[in-house]
Write a protein that binds this ligand. Structure first.
Ligand SMILES: [Zn+2]
Length: 408
């Protein structure tokens, strides 16, 4: 019972459990299914749901396709309920979204940036504050994914852009402290909550964009490292190269996997977070460059599988396309690198079901992880205004061109 002793504590504990169950299941379980999942008495569940609806946290709708009789109710996000603002900052652009309990994402803004810390984070901070003014007390936190190692909760290095110890919270200039996370770590977190790493004890997640990041996921949690900068499998010499990497090391795996390597292979300019569209064209048209990328990816995967013995290896970003377009080359490069004891039952290698949206969803999860606590809900109760504010329009959920992949 997590030390819940008084009836008030027990109620608070059950409120958190119910909201967590609604959120984690994508707001599709019916009230009676949730009641069973959480082993609650029916009466207790009714009182809990009613209380949460009154508090502006949940709203019930009839289950779709229910024909006759009393409709089964599905608890989901309240139309004026909590919103996590989540941003995915890539090397060339950022995307800002409003996320509701259950994981519904509404993209609010997508903008290219100039690659400088100020030119990237200044406008993003302003966009976040504008949304916070619009949504008022509905905003329960801000999560930001960035394409580089993050130390001590906010100091970011993005070698391709020349960022060194950039103080992200200071440059965002928000009125509250944002949750800052590495894009790969957050994509891995989303994969563990809503993708192929769900219920996996030991998994490996690799996120491929301009280069690649990778992290071990144990019991649903990416292993962050002592200072938080641990998701850097891309900076290990796993593919046999000897090129100097902007990170300062030599022969990094990330030099051979991702958009920069695709562009380099066909003789196009690369680096500095530029060339996304050209790289996508190369990915679609140049079998040779794609296979070289996939082979480098496969060699590195073998080394990491030897070291960590994961059940599943998941790929996000361009990793999904590399697997789709050159899966054979990837596997052919992976297999000879596996230890003999691994070859009988090699781990599954799977493309992320979340596509490009993983980092954004992971940023959302990190905000709701703070909110879905007795303390977070108590703060909501205190802040909840009597009058509802503006609501993201349910009918106009948009999907940006930056992440122009299937809607969730
Ligand atoms: Zn490196």
């Amino acid at each position: 019972m997590n030390g819940a002793t008084t009836s008030g504590e027990l109620r608070a504990h059950n409120r958190v459990r119910l909201l967590r169950a609604v959120h984690d299941s994508g707001a599709v379980r019916t009230r009676s299914q949730l009641t069973r999942d959480l082993r609650l008495a029916r009466g207790t569940a009714s009182v809990l749901v009613a209380g949460l609806a009154e508090a502006g946290l949940l709203h019930e709708e009839p289950a779709p396709g229910h024909a006759r009789g009393r409709p089964t109710q599905v608890p989901g996000p309240h139309p004026h309920g909590p919103v996590a603002l989540a941003a995915d900052v890539r090397e060339d652009a950022w995307e800002l979204a409003a996320c509701e309990l259950g994981g519904r994402v509404t993209v609010l803004d997508v903008r290219p940036h100039d690659g400088t810390p100020q030119g990237t984070l200044g406008p993003l901070g302003e966009a976040v504050e504008a949304q916070r003014r619009r949504l008022g007390h509905r905003v329960v936190g801000v999560g930001v994914a960035l394409a580089g190692p993050i130390r001590h909760g906010g100091l970011v290095d993005i070698a391709h852009l020349g960022w060194r110890s950039v103080d992200v919270p200071a440059l965002l200039g928000l009125s509250g402290m944002p949750v800052i996370g590495n894009d790969t770590v957050l994509a891995a977190l989303a994969e563990a909550r809503r993708g192929h790493l769900r219920d996996v004890r030991v998994g490996l997640h690799l996120h491929v964009d301009f280069d690649l990041g990778g992290v071990l996921v144990v019991d649903g949690r990416p292993v962050p490292g002592a200072s938080g900068a641990g998701a850097e499998f891309g900076h290990m010499p796993l593919s046999g190269g000897d090129r100097p990497c902007p990170c300062g090391a030599t022969g990094c795996w990330g030099m051979d996997v991702g958009a920069n390597a695709l562009l380099r292979d066909v003789g196009l300019a690369h680096g500095g977070g530029r060339g996304r569209e050209q790289a996508e064209r190369v990915l679609a048209t140049s079998g040779k460059a794609v296979e070289a990328n996939a082979r480098a990816l496969g060699r590195g995967v073998a080394a990491l599988v030897n070291a960590h013995d994961p059940e599943v290896v998941t790929l996000s970003g361009h990793g999904v396309e590399l697997l789709e377009r050159a899966g054979q080359a990837l596997m052919a490069a992976c297999e000879p690198g596996l230890m003999a004891i691994r070859r009988d039952r090699p781990p599954r290698i799977e493309g992320s079901a979340l596509g490009w949206r993983g980092s954004l969803l992971g940023a959302m999860e990190s905000v709701f992880d703070h909110f879905l606590t007795p303390e977070g809900l108590e703060l909501w109760r205190k802040n909840h205004p009597d009058q509802a504010r503006d609501t993201p329009d349910r009918q106009s959920v948009t999907y940006s061109t930056l992440a122009r992949h299937k809607p969730l």
